[in-house]
Design a protein around this ligand. Structure first.
Ligand code: GDP
Ligand code: MG
Length: 201
């Protein structure tokens, strides 16, 4: 559920970029930072490195302006799927309104993608073992690499996208497909939020 300030008509969405190590999560945030006008975004803030420990997360704040009369902000986080970030991951995912699942399109990384997807589901489970239903889109990244290294989009969907969520073929290095995926997940979250908006605030 987005954070709402009804009096000021402000909305704050939490989105998480999730995926296996080295899949390109940080590059995705840089890609978005580079393509959004500076008035509409902050800077990427890395947490963890300054303290001399492994990176815990990257955070990019975005200002979407007014959507249906609501001043809308996004906090976009990239969280590593690594043990040292367990607690951080649980907190961010517990708060997430939407997820961008980044999968490396290279055939050789399929097992890592599947492991990350399983750990995402585990992290979304509440204490009763029910998976929280968070809107998700999939980004099949690194599509700039030679085709013989890559799985096809339909093979990736078959392996990773049982629920037929929106999927995007991307290259974060070239800036292809990433903003489309971001817009898509924001649109889904805003649609889900619309009935609450009408009834309440
Ligand atoms: N060819 C290619 N390489 C990428 C792409 N996105 C990320 N990389 C590379 O993959 C490596 C890991 O990227 P990074 O963003 O640090 O991954 P993270 O661990 O998921 O945050 C780096 O060497 C990136 O340059 C992409 O779209 N295409
Ligand atoms: Mg990273």
């Amino acid at each position: 559920m987005p954070h709402i300030d009804a009096e000021r008509r402000e909305l704050m969405l939490t989105l998480a970029v999730y995926g296996a190590p080295k899949v390109g999560k940080t590059t995705i945030l840089h890609c978005i930072q580079d393509r959004v006008t500076p008035e509409r975004r902050g800077n990427i803030n890395p947490f963890g490195t300054d303290a001399g420990v492994a990176r815990l997360l990257d955070w990019l704040p975005l200002e979407l302006g007014r959507i249906s009369g609501w001043q809308t902000r996004v906090h976009l986080y990239a969280i590593p799927d690594q043990r040292h970030a367990d607690a951080t991951r649980r907190v961010i995912l517990g708060d997430a309104d939407g997820i961008l699942f980044a999968a490396d399109a290279q055939a050789g990384r399929l097992a890592d993608n599947l492991t990350a997807l399983r750990s995402l589901r585990d992290n979304l489970d509440d204490r009763d073992g029910h998976a929280r239903d968070v809107p998700m889109v999939l980004l099949y990244t690194k599509h700039d690499l030679p085709a013989e290294l890559l799985l096809t989009r339909s093979a990736l969907n078959q392996e990773l996208n049982a629920r037929a969520a929106p999927d995007f073929v991307c290259s974060a290095l070239r800036g292809e497909g990433v903003l489309e995926a971001l817009h898509s997940v924001i649109a889904i979250v805003m649609r889900q939020f619309a009935p609450t908006r009408r009834n309440g605030a």
